[in-house]
Design a protein around this ligand. Structure first.
Ligand code: NIG
Ligand code: FE
Length: 420
């Protein structure tokens, strides 16, 4: 999968034609490496007056600017902060139309129920491949400009064999992190026979989707899929070699989180309504090690504060998760219904202001946390060998991402070592 992603990236496409040479980013006032145990800032591994050497799309060297090796080209960060590119591990970019009027109705007091998903399914089925492709590319470019260098993309607005397969085929053109979400909701034509829809998802739909997907996901929620259906679908996907993730406990308490832990999910996402048993289940996946960061949970809790913002819902209790030792990621949930934002800086600001995460916890969760949720160790971190995905801020410190909400602080983005 990552090979396809690399091919999709402009930097690597260019590399075949001519070498980009080496590039030194120097005079970095505050470098967030996410290599715990180096420098200050605990897990953020902050270095001052630092430089990063990039070669062939990867980080080749990290150290003090004063000791930096020679390079073919240089970028002067001029004292600014630099951090790993954001890893947005949860987004739904393959859709047509929007639901702005539904948002306005919510702001006037209507609750969010997920019922609008079927509206987007109708629009998506009616759209051409090129229309869907244009939306995916527009949103992918929008996210990249805001510092997101890796983005997971789900299907889930097609809900037929052909529409799910083409959604994933189009998503795979721009990302290696693609997720089959045929079990988003039961589509209208199967409303009175959900068992038949589950058989379709586990059978021909999965077969058509799997070549384009790395992951499988289910919306496990009242009104969508119950624990038995979700377990059956996720087990089929896992048997086909897909990794497991779950939309869990978003609209109310439910079985999703514990089901995710039972099935070895990389991530359970939303986690807005958690019981003590849910937290204990997540914490039980923790392994502590002698490594620099002390360990993490194999099932990550991915929090999506853009959804609570846009549905005017209570935010998840991030502190309870963090205090229990659960690894937390932040992602946008970018979709036309519950969270139409592609901005990771906005999610960082919400996490700090509304969920009481420290700025350091939020920045880590939006970079290294997202990488953990995708079971990747080559992104979300700046150390030799990692992918050279990095963001130069128009600010001296990562603190400014939450301190200056809504301000375009992304000065420059390097993706696979190439300036975008
Ligand atoms: O993650 N909760 C399920 N799916 C999306 C919302 C989809 C929609 O409303 O269109 C989510 O919030
Ligand atoms: Fe979602």
């Amino acid at each position: 999968m990552s090979a396809r992603s690399e091919l999709a990236s402009p930097a690597v496409a260019n590399r075949g034609r001519h070498s980009l040479g080496s590039l030194l980013v120097q005079n970095i006032g505050e470098l967030v490496t996410n290599v715990a145990g180096t420098g200050e800032g605990g897990p953020l591994g902050i270095r001052r007056r630092a430089a990063v050497l990039v070669e062939d799309g990867a980080v080749a060297w990290v150290g003090p600017t004063a000791d930096a090796p020679a390079a073919d080209r240089r970028i002067d960060a001029d004292g600014a902060a630099v951090l790993p590119g954001f890893v947005d591990s949860h987004a739904h970019l393959v859709f047509a139309g929007d639901r702005a009027t539904e948002f306005a109705a919510r702001m006037a007091g209507q609750p969010y129920t997920g019922g609008g998903i079927r509206t987007t399914v109708r629009a998506t089925r009616a759209a051409s491949d090129d229309e869907l492709r244009a939306t995916v590319r527009r949103l992918r470019a929008e996210a990249l400009r805001q510092g997101t260098t890796t983005i997971e993309i789900k299907s889930g607005y097609g809900l037929t064999v052909a529409d799910e397969a083409r959604s994933l085929r189009i998503a795979a053109e721009v990302s290696g992190e693609t997720t089959f979400l045929g079990a988003h909701v039961v589509p209208a034509e199967y409303a009175d026979r959900p068992d038949d829809y589950v058989s379709l998802v586990c059978g021909p739909m999965l077969v058509a989707a799997a070549p384009y997907a790395r992951w499988i996901d289910v919306f496990c929620e009242q009104g969508a899929f119950d624990a038995d259906h979700a377990r059956a679908i996720l087990a089929c996907g896992r048997a086909m070699g897909l990794g497991v993730r779950v939309h869990a406990n978003q609209l109310g308490p439910g079985p999703g989180v514990q089901l995710g832990v039972e099935l070895g999910a990389a991530s359970v996402d939303h986690c807005t309504h958690l019981s003590d048993a849910d937290i204990d289940a997540l914490a039980s996946t923790r392994f502590d090690c002698m490594c620099a960061d002390g360990g993490h949970t194999t099932t990550v809790a991915t929090l999506l504060p853009g959804a609570e913002f846009s549905t005017r819902s209570p935010y998840p209790d991030a502190r309870r998760l963090l205090d229990a030792g659960v690894t937390v990621a932040l992602a946008t949930d970018c979709n036309p219904g519950s969270s139409y934002t592609s901005s990771m800086p906005f999610c960082v600001a919400l996490a700090v202001r509304e969920m009481r995460m420290t700025p350091a916890e939020a920045v880590w969760a939006a970079t290294a946390g997202g990488a953990r949720a995708l079971r990747r160790d080559d992104i979300g971190v700046l150390r030799p060998g990692a992918r050279a995905d990095l963001v130069i801020l128009d600010a001296p410190s990562h603190l400014h991402l939450a301190y200056r909400p809504g301000v375009p602080l992304i000065r420059q983005v390097l993706h696979n070592g190439a300036p975008i």
